[in-house]
Design a binder for this molecule. Structure first.
Ligand code: SF4
Length: 521
């Protein structure tokens, strides 16, 4: 525990972001859902408990990767471990005191404006998303209010505070937007010295990896960054505005070792696209040798039992199917996920739309080295190649891209027909004009703009999910075969009927039909 006077710099994040969601990175999406009638204390225990404490010290055993980078930057630039503490919000009382000068907070989604929050909190209803509720609870924590340290907020979602104009009312002194590594030291030093800090700092430069120190302690989900930026130039996307950089393999392996040294055994490779690693080709043809070497080397580190790429893309799968086979062999031997009892590989992949017109208009680089006209063919071929090696992608689709027409959605529905027999998990999302992307000044999609075709797409995605994953979900939670049958054939249809009537009254007939179809899938 810290001295009663507090630690000079305390780094933290909201309760949803300081959790590993019971060791399941994809369940972390649930932070974007509204809590409904479920009490917060229950969700904190059952859905997003703290990712662990260090030997009774009160410091967080695992923390978001970005917060770990800030910690390292401070420790390499004049502060020592006694002056910087990374803690879960439930431990703030023990670390924030009269000597605390700064509380640094990292956030991916402080006001619930991220894709998942925006979509599912409006559809499911029940109020604000958990991410927004927990961020508010953190920012209004009694120790922060009592001792009034300077509050600095950064992270991928920090722009939301400015967009919603709530930074001041939340008591945030400084919002850092952009790649924080380039500005963190200066901002924190000023705050510690009691000098004024700008209310908003836009980091316009790009942090070079030789100037970014390695993390010193475990990151949640064993995150290790392997590359940053993309370069395919999709207009709705923020990472593509960043310069594309690979982290050298020796640095990656050192961070893997940091994670395993502190008890982690699963590694998440953080990237916009695994298949971009080591890529030099202007047409985006992947560098098989570099990618296989990377995955093999990470898997070979002593103590590593699981390896999970965060994101990948479809076109390189078709450009080099042999590469996918080579990587899948290693990843299957280090799997996190199962379909039934079969180990599988997964990664998040943006399908976005089946409309060739919209692909050409907003993301003509996404399918390189192929052409926009080939998009549907690229998607179906890539699904086939991946499924053949037990790679079941988590697929995101965007509903309501600017100027989306009914025939664009129909094209996506036709593509969904083609994908009927493949295994994947689909996450349809409303378009959100993220900060610093080319479409940032456009209107986001709202629930009341869902046309018949958009509802159909939304429903179809979840119908597929229930059909493909329903049994796996139940089997992993209900060991008794009799109970399994009861839940599947009685409880779910009954619950589905009740939910469809309830949500039908709330959102109309389309919603009622959607829920009923999912329950019966
Ligand atoms: S491929 Fe993905 S990461 Fe790259 S620009 Fe497009 S959406 Fe962004």
């Amino acid at each position: 525990m810290a001295a009663k006077s507090g630690v000079k710099i305390v780094l933290t994040a909201s309760a949803t972001e300081m959790s590993d969601f019971l060791n399941n990175p994809f369940v972390a999406f649930a932070g974007g859902f509204a809590k409904g009638p479920i009490p917060l204390w229950f969700l904190r225990r059952a859905l997003y408990p703290p990712a662990g404490q260090n030997n009774g010290s009160g410091r967080a055993r695992a923390a978001p990767y970005g917060l770990r980078k800030v910690e390292s930057l401070l420790l390499e630039n004049g502060f020592d471990e006694s002056e910087v503490a990374v803690v879960h919000p439930s431990n703030l009382d023990s670390f924030v005191g009269p000597d605390t000068k700064v509380v640094g907070i990292s956030s991916m989604d402080p006001t619930g404006m991220a894709y998942v929050s925006k979509t599912y909190s409006s559809i499911v209803g029940g109020g604000e998303p958990l991410n927004a509720i927990e961020f508010k609870n953190l920012i209004r924590h009694r120790s922060i209010r009592k001792y009034k340290p300077k509050v600095i907020v950064g992270g991928f979602g920090s722009w939301q505070l400015e967009r919603k104009k709530v930074a001041e009312s939340y008591g945030v002194d400084c919002v850092v937007i952009g790649e924080g590594e380039t500005v963190v030291n200066e901002v924190f030093r000023k705050a510690v010295n009691g000098e004024p800090v700008p209310r908003i700092v836009r980091a316009t430069g790009f942090a070079n990896h030789d100037r970014v120190p390695l993390i010193k302690h475990t990151a949640i989900h064993g995150c290790v960054e392997i590359s940053r930026g993309c370069g395919r130039n999709c207009q709705f996307c923020t990472p593509t505005m960043q310069k594309r950089r690979d982290v050298p393999l020796d640095k990656i392996l050192k961070e893997v070792e940091v994670n395993t040294r502190e008890g982690g055994s699963r590694i998440t490779l953080v990237t916009e696209d695994l298949f971009l690693y080591g890529m030099k080709d202007t047409r985006f043809v992947p560098n098989r040798e570099a990618i296989v070497r990377l995955v093999k080397s990470v898997a070979a580190v002593s103590g590593v039992k699981g390896v999970q790429p965060s994101h990948s893309s479809l076109a390189p799968v078709v450009a080099d199917p042999g590469m996918v086979k080579d990587i899948a062999e290693i990843l299957i031997a280090h799997n996190w996920y199962y379909h039934g009892s079969k180990p599988i590989v997964t990664s998040e992949i943006g399908l976005e739309t089946g409309s060739v017109r919209l692909m050409r208009k907003y993301m003509a680089g996404k399918m390189l080295p192929f052409k926009p006209e080939q998009w549907q063919e690229v998607v179906t071929q890539a699904f086939g190649i991946m499924n053949d090696v037990d790679w079941y992608p988590l697929v995101t689709l965007i509903i309501g891209l600017p100027e989306e027409r009914e025939d664009d959605v129909v094209e996506t529905l036709e593509l969904m027909d083609e994908l009927h027999d493949f295994n994947a998990f689909y996450v349809p999302l409303f378009f959100v004009p993220l900060e610093n992307c080319l479409l940032m000044n456009n209107q986001g999609t709202e629930l009341d703009t869902l046309t018949k075709a958009r509802w159909e797409l939304f429903t179809r995605c979840w119908e597929y999910n229930v059909r493909i994953w329903g049994d796996t979900f139940l089997e992993h939670r209900i060991p008794s075969p009799l109970l399994f049958k009861f839940v599947k054939h009685v409880a779910i249809p009954f619950g589905g009927k009740v939910a469809s009537v309830y949500y039908g009254m709330k959102h109309g007939e389309e919603m009622e039909k959607a829920i009923w179809r999912m329950a019966m899938a």
